[in-house]
Design a protein around this ligand. Structure first.
Ligand code: ATP
Ligand code: MG
Ligand code: MG
Length: 372
């Protein structure tokens, strides 16, 4: 319904629009999550409820059929609806990237228990079972450690009717991510490779830059560049990667929008991923993506308890962070506190990775957590 209000017919002439910024292009953002307000805060433009010149997304789980219809009517969507259609279905995404010769874990659609057993025989165990659609923070993933666990893992995901596929287990030693920006002129810039550390499938800590060899950084960037080049439209994309023990880089998934692995860029890079996304979709020159600080670490504040007790714990952590040099606190002001929910994040910048890790430990030590 948000999208259907966006039409060009209702646009007033450019003369009616007071211009205050670098661009008079009005950007519509589909989605209502924590990334939207960050994009809007950094907008260049006057946001009006009933019109926009460019339509973008802050989440891939939008009504893509409506987006395609709008595109046919002439609404300028960046990235393109075709990109959202590919990405919002993880199985389609895998088919797309394998056709473009991007390295990724082997995968297979499963429609029934027999199919799941065949996949288990082929790929071995543990076996990663994933929901094709509406997945985030690992909520569409279930691991079967043996054939006996297949049916309970499938049931945990809501059954075969939900649309499932399996991936061969990726024996990764690190998870890496690369934010890639593509402008309207198809120019592409890549941010430095970061390491992401997950806790129960949820991104918890991001280290920038990743402590890997020059060769691995180069190959990770090449895979990310190639993956984004195969998609249509402008914007910022996040490419999640696995680094295996034998040095292979495999693609996990791509997000067609600013991403948790790029939050550190607000404090640590010359151009934040949010500003970059707007530059890209509006058609301004892309900004410099490199780091302006030697090291940064980003820590997600995840809900540790429901309701008030959870807020108290989070606020204690924030108070400790506020006394740490180089630390910046971002609180999303979500109305409800739930266990494992992303409530905010803290980014610490400093002269070396060892230094920022020490500062993070000092924020976390009173609650007995560790940042690995
Ligand atoms: P996000 O919040 O990043 O969108 P998601 O719900 O889409 O997460 P995935 O990125 O598919 O989930 O998987 C979440 C995590 O599960 C990965 O970051 C990784 O740690 C683990 N994982 C995913 N696929 C595999 C695999 N094939 N083998 C081993 N581990 C995996
Ligand atoms: Mg995902
Ligand atoms: Mg992911």
């Amino acid at each position: 319904s948000q999208a259907s209000r966006v039409t060009h017919e209702t646009s007033p002439s450019k003369d009616d629009v007071p211009v205050h910024g670098l661009s008079e292009v009005i950007v519509g953002v589909l989605g209502g999550g924590q990334l939207g307000p960050l994009i809007i805060v950094l907008r260049f433009a006057n946001l009006r409820e009933d019109r926009c010149d460019v339509l973008t997304v802050e989440i891939e789980h939008v009504d893509v059929a409506t987006m395609e219809m709008l595109e046919q009517q002439g609404v300028d969507c960046q990235p393109k609806a075709s990109t959202i259609r590919i990405i919002q279905d993880k199985y389609l995404q895998k088919v797309h990237f394998s056709r473009h010769a991007i390295p990724l874990p082997e995968f297979m659609q499963i429609d029934d228990l027999e199919g799941a057993k065949r996949a288990g025989e082929l790929f071995g165990y543990p076996l990663m079972i994933k929901s094709k659609r509406l997945a985030y923070d690992g909520r569409g993933n279930a691991v079967a450690h043996s054939e006996e666990e297949l049916s309970s893992a499938v049931a945990a995901l809501g059954g075969f009717d939900r649309g499932l596929y399996v991936e061969k287990w990726a024996p990764f030693v690190k998870e890496l991510a690369v934010i890639v920006a593509r402008g309207r002129d198809n120019s592409i810039l890549c941010y430095p490779v970061v390491e992401t550390i997950h806790k129960e499938n949820i991104c918890h800590v991001v280290k920038a830059p990743a402590n890997v060899s020059w060769d691995i950084r180069k190959r990770a960037t090449d895979v990310a560049y190639k993956a984004v080049s195969s998609l249509e439209g402008a914007g910022v994309f996040a490419v999640e990667l696995f680094l295996t023990g034998d040095g292979q880089i495999l693609l996990n998934e791509v997000a067609p929008r600013p991403h948790n692995s790029g939050h550190h860029t607000i404090e640590s890079c010359y151009t934040s991923q949010f500003e970059q996304h707007l530059r890209a979709v509006v058609g301004l020159p892309l900004g410099e993506p490199s780091m302006k600080t030697p090291a940064a670490v980003m820590y997600n504040i995840l809900g540790e308890d429901e309701g008030e007790p959870g807020f108290i714990l989070a606020h204690q952590l924030i108070r400790r962070a506020l006394s740490i040099p180089g630390a910046t606190v971002h609180w999303y002001d979500k109305p409800e506190m739930r266990k494992q929910r992303k409530m905010g994040h803290v980014t610490i910048v400093g002269p070396s990775m060892g230094d920022v890790e020490e500062r993070l430990k000092s924020i976390l030590k009173e609650e007995g957590s560790d940042c690995k």
